[in-house]
Design a protein around this ligand. Structure first.
Ligand SMILES: Nc1ncnc2c1ncn2[C@@H]1O[C@H](COP(=O)(O)OP(=O)(O)O)[C@@H](O)[C@H]1O
Ligand SMILES: [Mg+2]
Length: 729
């Protein structure tokens, strides 16, 4: 039977030699363990870099990380008995350690129990003094150090090799609530960790629900933006719980990825269409407003008509400004004439669509008034002009008619940004129409914009993603991509972006991010509560690249994409939207986004720049731990930040083969040596490209064979943005 004092004495491994705020030097006892420590009751390796030691003090104990171990020649440590001043000690090789203080371990005894319970608090309450004893933490203490509070331990992600294989558990509220960045070289295990984190979170929630006697369907929402198309393989066994979206054509239960272009806001449209700020952008916005206003199905017809009239009124107002020049500007007068004719014709149609008598009369009156203005001009002679007062009068008549038509109560005005579906293919024509209506050179200015839009819509790789012949409505889309009530349609959505043409991946990802963010923002506004949702962005350095000061063009899709995610990073937390970023190039990531990530899971990082960057994320006294980054084996990672009281080295739980993301390295050797087969059928590949092959002509002229039919067809290269220009329109 050992007394507590004896027990503690058995754990002493050294004493403090010097103290500074970020480093404490420890002199090891001569008989301190050399490789494996048994004094805590469980064998643990000691001394080991990044292991933990404890320095007891009045508040509990200061926890230190071992950051250096070495041997130094020092004065002879101890000599029992009387000091003989005639003896000169030769320097003696002594083992020493440098430790970084990282936190404080407090202990409390529960009433009625003899067992102490430990809790880790951040920060160092009291620094030790020279000569203080340094102890090896016991198993219970180690568990408290690496695992945190009992109540926080919800999802197990791995074990700690440095702490006698204590289980490492994380609190989802912390790890997802304030954005997580998973960083590391390719092949270091990021995707496996992310897939594991999702899987273990779902499983843990399911268990808890069963324990609480609830239905075993966790009300979770994980959305994975997967540019490498590797995640669907990892969740093969949970197919009923996930929705997988891929670029059409799709088979089986995989859904077609749809990011309809009507969801794009004005900014996104002008970025994709490269609309120039001068004439093109305002016209494009006007066209978008018109089309959206015209196709808002939920709107009563009267309100839609009111909006059409409002749009006419704007055009008439613009005409009134040109009216003083009618004498010289013959074209302007013609335009005015045409505008008035259009108004009369359209208003006559509207008249038949409204039901209330006063509205019929108001519209009839409007048509008659405009006809009178037209007739009055004609009566003055063939070349007479409209007077400014006449044009202004038309504007007033329209306003009068509008006052009798109801506006949608409480509805936001239709803006170019509203996600209201409209037939996208009408956009170039409508644009042309309003440009022509404006007269002058406008049609010329926008002709290139029209061409670009047409060629984009005709692009057979893009069409199926952005242009639905039967537009789904936004609520169905949100149900599909974010999840339906109670996660009835599954906890996980995997959006496979691997076959999205590279010139539009940015805009697709930007739109996905923005719509999800805005949907959750509105959810909170309506219900007053946040809807916890996790958005995973793999290969984040592609989508949220660090901005370049020289890059002044803020309208590129890359810029939009970064902006959308920077906004999520900054504000997402308020609306329950947690980001999980995974990247192999942290130094290329947007600093705004990285700065908003509060938890980091760092896998092996070899590159200097990237190491420097992550070193800056942690306080100085912990940088020792990060020096291990270049040598971390796969599956091991350092977890630090908000989700863990002190940084811990985790060995992530091993995922079985069939639960890993499908990111195997190409097996050159096995293919070379015939271990595995790789038959080639380029025809199938070309057919997949969507290039129609013309069968070789039987008795062709000799010259004809010189022209390579494939070269002529010019198969589009999915990586080349230029190829758009080759699409016939
Ligand atoms: N938790 C894990 N369980 C099982 N294997 C893993 C784990 N982490 C990494 N690996 C191994 O490492 C390889 C690369 O991991 P991966 O997650 O694809 O790396 P990254 O996404 O960083 O490129 C995987 O194919 C797998 O063999
Ligand atoms: Mg990966």
């Amino acid at each position: 039977m050992t007394t507590p004092v004896q027990q503690v004495a058995g754990l002493v491994i050294g004493s403090v030699e010097s103290v500074s705020p970020n480093e404490i030097r420890v002199l090891l006892e001569l008989d301190a363990p050399g490789a494996t420590a048994l004094n805590t009751g469980t064998p643990s390796s000691f001394p080991r870099l990044n292991g933990y030691v404890l320095i007891p003090n009045e508040a509990g104990g200061t926890i230190g990380f071992i950051s250096w171990i070495g041997i130094e020649r020092s004065p002879y440590p101890k000599r029992s008995g009387l000091k003989d001043f005639g003896v000169i000690d030769l320097p003696f090789p002594l083992r020493k350690m440098a430790i970084s203080p990282v936190g404080t371990l407090t202990s409390s005894r529960e009433t009625g129990s003899t067992k102490l319970s430990y809790e880790l608090v951040r920060g160092v309450v009291a620094f030790p003094s020279v000569g203080d004893q340094v102890l090896l933490p016991t198993q219970d203490q180690i568990t408290a150090i690496v695992c945190g509070r009992e109540s926080d331990k919800r999802v197990e992600i791995g074990t700690s090799t440095l702490a006698a294989n204590a289980k490492i558990r994380v609190d989802p509220d912390k790890i997802f609530g304030r954005h997580l960045a998973v960083l590391g070289n390719t092949g270091s295990g990021k995707s496996c960790s992310v897939a594991g984190l999702i899987r273990w979170s779902i499983e843990a929630a399911k268990q808890q629900r069963v324990a609480n006697q609830k239905t075993p369907v966790p009300n979770q929402r994980f959305i994975v933006l997967d540019p490498n198309g590797e995640y669907s393989a990892a969740f093969e066994d949970m197919r009923d719980q996930c929705r997988i979206f891929k670029v059409p054509p799709v088979t089986g239960d995989i859904r077609a990825l749809q990011v309809p272009a009507w969801m794009w806001d004005g900014h996104e449209w002008s970025s994709v269409a490269h609309a120039q700020p001068g004439a093109q952008r305002p016209l494009l916005m006007q066209a978008l407003r018109d089309l959206r206003a015209g196709h808002e199905t939920a709107l009563p017809r009267e309100t839609a008509i009111r909006r059409f009239l409002a749009s006419y009124r704007i055009q008439v107002a613009a005409m009134a400004m040109r009216a003083p020049n009618f004498t010289t500007d013959f074209r302007a007068r013609k335009d005015c004439e045409r505008l008035f004719d259009d108004i009369v014709a359209e208003v006559r149609v509207f008249e038949s669509q409204v039901s209330a008598q006063v509205q019929v009369e108001a519209l009839n009156q409007l048509a008659i008034s405009v006809e009178q203005v037209v007739a009055a001009r004609a009566s003055r002679g063939q070349y007479a002009n409209y007077r400014v007062s006449e044009v202004e009068a038309v504007s007033a008549f329209i306003l009068l008619a509008m006052s009798l038509l109801p506006d949608a109560v409480g509805a936001e005005p239709i803006s170019e940004d509203s996600p209201i579906s409209f037939p996208i293919r009408d956009l170039p024509d409508h644009l042309q129409r309003i440009a022509t209506d404006q007269g002058g050179n406008v049609a010329g200015f926008i002709s290139t914009l029209g061409l670009r839009l047409r060629s984009m819509l005709a692009d057979r790789r893009l069409g199926p993603i952005i242009d639905q012949s039967t537009p789904p409505c936004l609520d169905d889309w949100l149900g599909d991509y974010i999840g339906t009530n109670g996660a009835a349609n599954g906890e996980l959505a995997i959006i496979d972006l691997s076959l999205v043409p590279s010139d539009v991946t940015h805009i697709v990802v930007a739109v996905l991010g923005r719509i999800m963010f805005e949907a959750l923002q509105r959810y909170r506004r309506i219900t007053g509560q946040a809807l916890p949702t996790v958005l995973v962005l793999e290969e984040a350095h592609i989508f949220v690249r660090r901005g370049n000061e020289r890059d002044l063009d803020t309208a590129t899709p890359q810029h939009l994409c970064r902006e959308a995610f920077e906004r999520i990073a900054r504000e997402g937390r308020k609306f329950g939207l947690g980001l999980v970023l995974s990247s192999q190039r942290p130094s290329e990531l947007s600093p705004t986004i990285l700065a908003q990530c509060n938890t980091f899971l760092l896998h092996r990082i070899v590159n200097d720049l990237d190491q420097d960057l992550v070193a800056r994320l942690v306080p100085d006294n912990l940088s020792g731990l990060l020096r291990e980054l270049p040598s971390l084996p796969s599956r091991q990672a350092i977890l630090l930040g908000w989700a863990t009281p002190i940084p811990v080295l985790v060995e992530i739980t091993e995922l079985p083969e069939n639960q890993r993301p499908n990111s195997k390295d190409p097996d050159f050797w096995d293919v070379w040596t015939g271990q595995v087969e790789r038959p080639i059928d380029w025809t199938a590949v070309v057919a997949d490209w969507g290039v129609a092959q013309t069968p070789p002509v039987e008795n062709a002229e000799p010259q004809a064979t010189e022209v390579d039919p494939i070269a002529e067809a010019d198969p589009p290269d999915p990586t080349s943005p230029e190829q758009d220009d080759d699409v016939p329109f």
